[in-house]
Each structure stands twice: as C-alpha cells, then as structure tokens.
Write a protein that binds this ligand. Structure first.
Ligand SMILES: NC(=O)c1ccc[n+]([C@@H]2O[C@H](COP(=O)([O-])OP(=O)(O)OC[C@H]3O[C@@H](n4cnc5c(N)ncnc54)[C@H](OP(=O)(O)O)[C@@H]3O)[C@@H](O)[C@H]2O)c1
Length: 318
C-alpha cells in the first residue's frame, strides 16, 4: 500500500516538497477490524496545524471494505473512515459508517456538502447567521468547501449573498455556478468594494479567511449583525493570531459566535435531509476540486492552503 508522510515541517504555506509518497506493507487484520481501500480522500485545512515530521497526515475518506473480520461490516461495502493519506489501511469495524447520499449524487458528496464542511456551513447558517429574506450576507472563502454551501443556503433563504474570493476564476464560479448576487476580491481595495456591494451594511458574516477581510467586514456591519468565526486560514499557515476589533463589535451591537462543528452534531440528520433535498432538486451545487492519484495529495494540499483550490478538495485514490 502507499501512504504520504511528512518529510519536512512546513514553514508557512505547505509545499509539495514537504511530503513524500512511500510504499509500505499492509498490516495484518485482527478480530473486529476491517481492511479498507481508499476511493476518495478529503483534504481539509485543519490538518495543517497537526502535521508531524514522519507521520501520515490525518484524513477522512470514502473507502471500500476489501476484507472484514467484523460481523457488522461486509466486504464490498462503501464506508466513511478515518484512513489518513493512505491507499489502504486497517481500522476497527466499529469506527466505520456506511455512506449514504441521495439518489444521483456521487459518494464523494458525503465528504463535502453532506459531510463535515457541509455540516459546518449548515450549523453556521441556522445557529449563527440566521439570515432573513432580503438581508445582506457576506461569506468568506465563498467557493470553498464550507463557504460554497453557506452561500447557497443563505441564497435559498432569500438573502442577498456577497462572496469574498481570491481570484477572477473564483469570482466567475461564485456568480455563475453558486448564485452569489455579487463578489468582492480579498486584498487591496476590499473595503471600497464592500461598500459598493453592500450599500446598506452587512447583516451577517461567515469568516473563513484572513485578517484583512475580517477587519474590512467588521467596519461595515449593520446594527444587530451576526458574525460566525469559523476559519482562520492565514493563522493556520503560521501568520499572527487573528484579532477581532472590539470597537466594531460594540458599534454594531453585534453577536459574535465561535464555530466548532463538533458542537453541532445534533444537526447532522437535519443537515443531511435539508442539503440532500436541495442537492436532489438541483437548488444546491456540490463544487468539487478533484485530483487523480494519492501522489497528487501533497500538490492538492499545497493548492488548498495557498487559496488555489476551486471547491471542496478531494483526491481520487483508486
Ligand atoms: N470551525 C470549524 O468547526 C470548521 C469546520 C470546517 C472548516 N473550518 C475552517 O474553515 C476554513 C475553510 O475550510 P474549507 O475546507 O472550506 O477550505 P476552502 O474554503 O475550500 O479553502 C480555503 C480557502 O480559504 C481562502 N483564504 C482566505 N485567506 C487565505 C489565506 N491567507 N491563505 C490561504 N487561503 C485563504 C481561499 O479562498 P479565496 O482565495 O477565495 O479567499 C482558500 O481557497 C478553514 O480555515 C477550515 O479550517 C472550520
């Protein structure tokens, strides 16, 4: 089997050269365990802060059971499993779950819109942002795994949704595929662009990106605005800890929430139902950025952490 190991502790944004792909023998199967072949591996930004020299990065995957010594799990079943960046591995049978997606949806949706990123977006939408029809909602990293789902949920709720994006290609994806009413580019000129795109102020904001975007949005909040602090991409890559402007929170009498998706697992069923229905009806798009082969995982991860991904990053392993 193949696995990816960290060969160099990344300094700032990870590079493909910080990793190596190596061949290792498969492990023996003990009672209660299953051997799974990874079909599609999810790459997620939170892995960046947990990279350890010589270790295999963590990763959630859709995998196929190829051998089972667990009576509850059958060979041939597709399951969700914590496999790490591997082509094959042995895990406890009790730790895998069957994959369920609506008819017509790819199994990979269970890693994106119907998986952890989708649940994060759903929980932020219903518990933190709570957009009313006609409200102005700003979504950071608007075409990414979390942002693309949050933006579409706000649009379906009748909000006017403005996405923050890092490139022209993403600006096109945001308006043409995801239905954003408008987009602004992060970086120089963002403040003026936000004033133009949100003339009545910002009623709700999902923060997934960088410090400069957070500062610019906070200065343009409407009174009573709601903010969900969900992702700190620049901090994850080693830049200074993110700061929140207290004066801006006070002036807007804003509600600021910290998002930790694991606090919202009680919404998992509701999320799967609601987003599954929207997906099946064609009202929500699963934007995926797919790579073929485990050897491309380091390149795909470097692209994700430098903002060059276009959608939920997935690696088709076998
Ligand atoms: N709190 C939670 O429970 C929870 C759960 C899931 C994910 N998250 C966090 O949510 C964030 C988004 O996750 P995701 O999986 O959906 O990733 P993603 O949005 O698919 O990819 C990250 C995006 O962040 C944007 N970005 C903004 N500033 C950046 C910077 N300085 N460097 C690199 N990228 C930057 C880039 O988009 P643009 O170029 O378009 O700006 C990039 O494409 C991550 O920080 C993740 O850790 C949090």
């Amino acid at each position: 089997m193949q696995q990816v190991v960290v060969t160099h502790a990344p300094d700032g944004v990870p590079a493909p050269e910080d990793f190596d792909v190596v061949e290792v023998p498969g492990a023996a199967l003990a009672e209660g365990e299953v051997r799974v072949a990874v079909r599609t591996l999810s790459l997620d930004p939170h892995v960046r802060t947990a990279l350890r020299l010589g270790a295999v990065p963590a990763g959630h995957a859709v995998a196929e059971v190829v051998e089972s010594r667990c009576p509850e799990v059958e060979a041939g079943q597709h399951v969700l499993a914590e496999t790490g960046w591997r082509s094959e591995t042995v895990v406890p049978g009790a730790a895998v779950r069957p994959v369920t997606v609506p008819r017509g949806a790819p199994l990979s949706a269970a890693l994106g819109v119907l998986g952890m990123p989708g649940l994060t977006a759903y929980a932020a939408h219903v518990r933190h942002l709570r957009p009313r029809s006609g409200a102005t909602v700003v979504i950071g990293a608007a075409t990414g795994g979390v942002g693309a789902v949050a933006g579409q949920l706000a649009r379906v709720a009748g909000a006017r949704v403005v996405g923050v994006v890092g490139s022209d290609e993403k600006a096109r994806l945001a308006t043409e595929r995801l239905g954003y009413a408008d987009v602004v580019r992060r970086g120089a000129g963002l403040g003026d662009a936000l004033v133009a795109a949100c003339p009545d102020g910002i009623d709700a904001y999902l923060h997934l990106g960088d410090q400069a975007t957070l500062d610019a949005v906070m200065e343009r909040l409407s009174v009573g605005a709601r903010v969900s602090l969900c992702g700190l991409m620049d901090q994850a890559n080693g830049s200074a800890p993110t700061r929140l402007r207290a004066g801006a929170v006070m002036r807007a009498r804003a509600e600021v929430h910290g998002m930790v998706v694991h606090d919202h697992t009680d919404l998992a069923h509701e999320h799967a139902q609601r987003v599954g229905d929207l997906l099946a009806a064609g009202d929500l798009v699963a934007l995926e950025d797919r790579y073929a082969g485990l050897d491309l995982a380091p390149t795909a991860f470097a692209r994700l952490m430098s903002g060059r991904n276009t959608g939920k990053v997935l690696v088709d392993v076998s």
